[in-house]
Design a binder for this molecule. Structure first.
Ligand SMILES: C[S@@+](CC[C@H](N)C(=O)[O-])C[C@H]1O[C@@H](n2cnc3c(N)ncnc32)[C@H](O)[C@@H]1O
Length: 205
């Protein structure tokens, strides 16, 4: 039986070779600074990046840390491997679903994900997995686009959401801060730099 996870995975497999070009302008105009800001918050030595995609965060990785990065799309992982080679970076890349992480409990100092939970079929399950593999007192850091708090824009986002899911596998109407808050972290906050559309989220385990 084909699951929603299989369907979304196939969509990312399909767009992976073009992904950097599709997002190129937004990346330059908006996201680069936010990525840098998020990665500056990372604490500890053992880091997990979830939903690594083509490796757009590689340029912001802190030095001298042990970093593992996962994605469920084999084609995304292939693109990330190319980038790893060209940047001569040390990061372990693994094909894995964030909804069922193959890591022990209490394993990483920090877990980080950017623009991931718009597309995970069961975001609460994925977030609970991040909480499980993150050490007690460790941090989960996320950069996510969310449903706007402006009512008119939110209505438009709900309207066009089926199209973005169909084309890119991404929901543009998720309320990810609320979903993180539902997962039992000891604290959840939206960091400075967040806007009505894009949130930098820190959840302490
Ligand atoms: C919008 S892209 C973002 C990629 C990258 N984090 C970035 O900031 O450019 C979403 C990524 O999440 C991955 N993804 C979606 N659902 C996933 C899941 N359940 N498990 C692992 N990876 C997933 C997709 O394959 C894709 O690479």
């Amino acid at each position: 039986m084909t699951t929603q996870t299989d369907i979304i995975k196939k969509r990312y497999d399909r767009i992976a070779p073009y992904f950097d070009r599709i997002e190129g302008i937004m990346e330059k105009m908006m996201f680069g600074d936010l990525r840098a800001h998020l990665w500056q918050q990372v604490r500890g030595d053992k880091i997990l990046e979830v939903g690594v995609g083509t490796g757009k965060n590689f340029a912001y990785y802190p030095v001298n840390k042990t970093i593992t990065a996962i994605d469920f799309s084999s084609v995304m992982i292939r693109e990330a491997e190319k980038k790893r080679t060209s940047l001569n970076l040390k990061v372990e890349l693994m094909e894995m679903d964030v909804q069922a992480l193959d890591f022990p409990d209490n394993h990483f100092d920090s877990v980080i994900g950017t623009f991931l939970f718009c597309s995970v079929p069961d975001p609460e399950q994925g977030l609970r997995e991040l909480k499980r593999v993150c050490k007690s007192g460790g941090e989960v850091l996320l950069l996510e686009h969310v449903l706007s708090s402006h009512r008119l824009l939110a209505a438009i986002m709900h309207l066009i959401n089926p199209i973005t899911v169909r084309l890119f596998g991404a929901n543009i109407n998720r309320q990810t801060v609320k979903t993180v808050q539902a997962c039992g972290f000891s604290s959840v906050e939206a960091l400075a730099g967040s806007s009505h559309l894009v949130k930098l989220i820190r959840a302490v385990n």
